[in-house]
Design a protein around this ligand. Structure first.
Ligand SMILES: NC(=O)c1ccc[n+]([C@@H]2O[C@H](COP(=O)([O-])OP(=O)(O)OC[C@H]3O[C@@H](n4cnc5c(N)ncnc54)[C@H](OP(=O)(O)O)[C@@H]3O)[C@@H](O)[C@H]2O)c1
Length: 283
């Protein structure tokens, strides 16, 4: 139970299967539909940015999404809802390094609703938490971190041949698996999705970034939809520290601009919770 006020629904044109939200989650979020398809997994992203497009302050100890959203509880509630609805949560190693103590479960990100998230997962037929998928070329991961050691969720590291060799030099913690999706270099978004589907039958995949991984998913048009929280702060930029936006390492406009369709608008105080659908390579 939480004292959080419900999101104000300004426009909800989203189509698809209605999630069987438990009473408390339905009160807070309203109805939530995901356009699930039988033939392939539905891939959704979730990000929070400032009004001036900053997704990370990139300051040690202050590089997470919390500083961007203002540690907004509604944002955490939505993050938890999306994790609870997902078979797998995918993040790049850069995001793990920025928030090394994080664990990618619904209950971790918003503990007051842990029971409601569990109830939703049960209703969706899930028997365990979402698979935490960590994407890395180099494979230089600290296996003592909670995501690997806490046993809160099974973990799949998707990496290169070299990365896999490096990781397998040490005993892997229980529940942690490593697969090589490419011999060397960066993994394509398709290779990441294929690797996930090899270990788990998936219907919904949540990509929580960061910006370099997000760039790969956009570049290959493998993202069906972006859940996008707009936090009402101006973070600013100068030449001392690079402050990334939603996508890094790729450009699209003007040659191949990616335009989204706004399918849902909700509000909590001054924060906006938006959903944009994007055309995928399959359409
Ligand atoms: N505001 C938000 O909603 C939000 C969301 C997520 C992240 N962030 C922030 O974004 C910052 C991190 O940015 P980032 O761009 O560095 O994040 P990132 O994409 O998570 O990390 C980049 C690193 O992840 C691995 N990686 C990503 N894509 C890969 C691919 N296709 N193939 C192989 N490896 C891949 C590589 O790791 P190796 O170097 O190990 O090879 C790469 O150096 C952090 O401050 C984080 O808190 C903010």
């Amino acid at each position: 139970m939480t004292t959080l006020t419900p999101l104000q629904v300004l426009d909800a044109a989203g189509q698809g299967t209605e999630l069987p939200l438990p009473t408390e989650l339905a009160r807070l979020y309203g109805s939530c539909r995901l356009p699930l398809r039988a033939e392939r997994p539905y891939v959704m992203g979730n990000f929070v940015t400032t009004l001036d497009g900053v997704v990370s302050l990139n300051i040690p100890g202050q590089a997470g999404g919390g500083e961007i959203s203002g540690f907004n509880t509604h944002d955490r509630m939505v993050m938890g809802l999306l994790r609870a609805a997902a078979d797998a949560v995918v993040v790049g190693a850069g995001t793990l390094r920025a928030v090394p103590h994080h664990v990618w479960t619904a209950g971790y990100v918003y503990p007051p609703l842990a029971d409601a998230y569990r109830e939703l997962r049960n209703a969706l037929g899930y028997t365990e938490p979402p698979l935490s998928v960590i994407v890395t070329s180099r494979g230089e991961l600290d296996l003592s971190l909670p995501v690997f050691q806490a046993g809160e969720a099974p973990v799949l590291v998707v990496t290169t041949d070299r990365g896999a060799d490096l990781l397998k030099q040490r005993p892997l913690p229980p529940g942690v698996a490593v697969v090589a999706g490419v011999s060397e270099g960066r993994l394509t978004a398709s290779a990441v999705l294929d690797a996930v589907q090899r270990v788990r039958q998936v219907g919904v995949i949540l990509v929580e970034g960061g910006p370099h991984l997000m760039g790969d998913f956009f570049a290959e048009q493998r993202l069906d939809e972006l859940f996008f929280t707009l936090a009402p702060q101006i973070a600013g930029r100068d030449k001392t520290t690079e402050r990334p936006g939603l996508v890094e390492g790729r450009t699209f406009a003007p040659d191949k601009p990616l335009w989204g369709a706004l399918v849902d608008i909700r509000r909590a105080g001054e924060h906006l919770f938006l959903r944009y659908a994007f055309p995928t390579a399959h359409q």
